[in-house]
Design a protein around this ligand. Sequence first.
Ligand SMILES: Cc1cc2nc3c(=O)[nH]c(=O)nc-3n(C[C@H](O)[C@H](O)[C@H](O)COP(=O)(O)OP(=O)(O)OC[C@H]3O[C@@H](n4cnc5c(N)ncnc54)[C@H](O)[C@@H]3O)c2cc1C
Length: 355
Amino acid sequence: MNVDYLLIGQGISGTWLSYFLQKENKSFLMLDDKDPKAPSRLAAGIINPVTGRRHVSTWMIETLLPNAWEQYTALGKQLCIHAISHKNVTDFFPSPQMRESFVKRAGEQYEYVSIPEDQQAFQPQFSYDFGYGEIHPVYTAHLETIIPAWREKMLQENRLREEKFIAEEMDVFPDHILYKDIRAGKVIFCDGAICARNPWFRLLPFAPNKGEALLLNIPDLPDERIYKKGLLLVPMAGKNKWWLGSAYEWEFEHDQPSPAFRDKAEQTLQHWLKLPYTVTDHIASIRPATLERRPFVGLHPLHPAIGILNGMGTKGCSLAPYFAAQLTAHLVHDQPLNPEADVRRFSRVLSRNIS
Ligand SMILES: Cc1cc2nc3c(=O)[nH]c(=O)nc-3n(C[C@H](O)[C@H](O)[C@H](O)COP(=O)(O)OP(=O)(O)OC[C@H]3O[C@@H](n4cnc5c(N)ncnc54)[C@H](O)[C@@H]3O)c2cc1C
């Protein structure tokens, strides 16, 4: 089989890269081993313009936010699914200090936060003593719908094989690669956190980060928004389905759900949520995060037939559509990559790979 591109992985990165390559009429084949613990199968899909206790704008958000809305809407149309929703965050203040800091931020006419006038609106559902603010606009990308729908389309078009890629079985040449019966002009790794062990890219400064969440059934909680009090309570596709997360662990011994997170999450719920709930699942997954919190995009400095779209960290839902489009323009039209994301910023480190 002869293709322009072989893509490894159909998480949100591989999904978006294949979407844009398809729009350019390029031939490609995806290999995906359908890891049930891949973060793209477990994330809540939030696209939030602010981060941290001081609510600072996230990197490139002025560009990424409208881009995400536009691209997910177009993808949803193509797949006949609902791919993105507008769900602002209602942020319950855990302390008077946090309230003060939020009020100050809102007073600076900062466009992404405000204090709603009616501070009693959520008394029937939640216990809270210090009021709440609103973060806006916030979107949720419906990964639980998008990833399987795109997979189905790729399978029907014979553009995806459900199998594990084995690096040792690939031969690399300057202008193509050979893998089993496949000859491809280039291979692009969209393989998530496992890439930290990839023979060509393992020297990149990956900093895998573990996240956990509880899946809940909560009847009677209005689902037009996300609620936050330390953890985020996010409405998911399906009646009464909610996601509560997440942990951010830089050091961890295993990738399994931990009793410590479950205790913390249940305690948060007991002090906060007034409605009855049931826990239906407890999930854990490893984010493909990077030391300097920027993605890895582009071609290997020594092996131009090998590329990467990875390092999406905590922001895959907004970064993947933007950088998949940029990588496609780079591959097909030789357009430049954002230097902060271009993997060739690590040329020296990656050149050590040959020894
Ligand atoms: C608990 C949690 C909550 C999160 N919440 C959010 C959020 O709200 N918003 C947000 O933007 N981001 C969130 N993230 C981060 C987000 O999930 C990731 O940034 C994103 O999913 C990474 O996507 P990816 O496609 O690069 O990698 P992955 O999702 O890891 O996908 C890699 C794919 O490659 C396949 N694969 C790997 N190796 C091979 C191989 N050798 N052969 C074949 N296939 C292979 C895997 O099966 C998988 O399908 C969250 C992450 C976690 C863990």
